[in-house]
Ligand binder design. Structure first.
Ligand code: SIN
Length: 357
């Protein structure tokens, strides 16, 4: 983990945490930008490329937490990031935090940071901004520098009426990090295609009022699991010709939860009903969402939910998986403190957050 002090010590600064991704990627040849390796360039170098455009008086410090292709994102790495962000927010010298990240799994990191650090950032009045890129750093038209610059400027902007919280910026638009998800393989705005986001000068009033509604509903952060303590949760996708074995093969494993990415409004193939009922009786947590990629999964629709199932509201399958892992971990922590709270109590609070847009 390298640390680079780019400006005089003791001045308040923006912390830029490098995680890797295409923003730090290198193409083998400029004319073949799709043939590249992610996570090759250090965050210190990414920051140095925007140095001349950083507004006067804004100081940056960069730290490399990882330099990976985010398809290899691990749960222990999420824990390290969460712990670093949480602790850094408390540092009076740090005005805001930017995280450079691969876009493939930025969806998971966005919801993770919202659920574990969102309230903390909001209370402290500081912003954490996730950003990434779709074009590797050495290819023509690389979008990383402008995305990073937008993120730094936003993290450094006085609050005015944009509250502290966990946000993301890509392609000149801003959204809550928990709304960011990659929805196209190559388009520059891929991570924002399905996100309710703000465009006019990054932030506009109607989007901001939606943000404030989400933040008002978010009353507590969930604990960050120890690196090796994440409960095992899998995503199963329902599809034509689904077989009972897709579920039953898990029932004798150590899996603690299943996220069902159902068809349409979150229904799943009848072939799964019997093994899922068995799974619930064995104590496996079950959450239903939709594989459509957008819209709400409601309780008791399309059929009445059997006891033990929860609908995931607006959470997509990757987000529902992280939320369920954090909810299961929170239940474990609550039990250790003698509090009678269940994963369902924690998960339901996440699933019913207001939806923007
Ligand atoms: C990655 O997610 O690390 C590679 C893809 C990207 O950043 O767009």
């Amino acid at each position: 983990m390298s640390s680079n002090l780019m400006h005089p010590e003791k001045s308040p600064y923006i912390l830029v945490l490098g995680m890797g991704g295409t923003i730090a990627g290198l193409a083998s040849a400029a004319e073949r930008p799709l043939e590249y390796a992610a996570g090759q360039v250090g965050v210190e170098s990414l920051v140095s490329h925007i140095k001349s455009a950083i507004p006067k008086g804004v100081n940056l410090i960069s730290q490399q937490l990882a330099n990976i292709n985010s398809r290899n994102l691990s749960e222990p790495l999420l824990s390290s990031l969460g712990e670093r962000v949480y602790a850094s927010l408390e540092d009076p010298a740090i005005l805001g935090i930017v995280v450079t990240h691969g876009t493939d799994t930025i969806e998971e990191t966005g919801i993770f940071l919202q659920l574990t650090c969102g309230r903390h950032a909001n209370r402290l009045g500081k912003r954490v901004i996730l950003t990434g890129a779709m074009i590797p750093s050495n290819a023509p038209g690389a979008d990383g520098p402008s995305n990073l610059l937008d993120a730094v400027k936003w993290a450094a902007t006085p609050l005015d009426n944009c509250p502290g919280g966990i946000y993301a910026v890509m392609d000149g638009r801003a959204c809550l990090a928990m709304d960011l998800a990659k929805r196209h393989t190559t388009a520059l705005n891929a991570p924002l295609q399905a996100s309710p986001s703000s465009s006019a000068g990054l932030i506009n009033p109607s989007w901001l009022s939606g943000v404030k509604a989400v933040q008002a509903a978010w009353t507590e952060d969930l604990p960050i699991p120890e690196g090796g303590e994440w409960p095992w949760v899998e995503i199963l996708t329902s599809h034509a010709g689904a077989r009972p074995e897709t579920v039953s093969l898990w029932l004798d494993s150590e899996v603690k939860g299943l996220v069902l990415a159902g068809s349409g409004m979150g229904g799943f193939h009848d072939a799964w009903q019997a093994p899922l009922t068995l799974g619930v009786s064995k104590g496996i947590a079950l959450v239903r969402t939709t594989r459509t990629g957008a819209g709400i999964t409601y309780s008791d629709i399309p059929e009445k939910d059997p006891i033990g199932y929860l609908a995931a509201g607006s959470l997509t399958a990757p987000r529902a998986r992280i939320a369920l892992q954090l909810a299961l971990n929170a239940e474990k922590q609550a039990k250790m403190m003698g509090k009678p709270l269940t994963w369902q109590d924690f998960f339901a609070r996440i699933a019913v957050l207001p939806v923007i847009g």
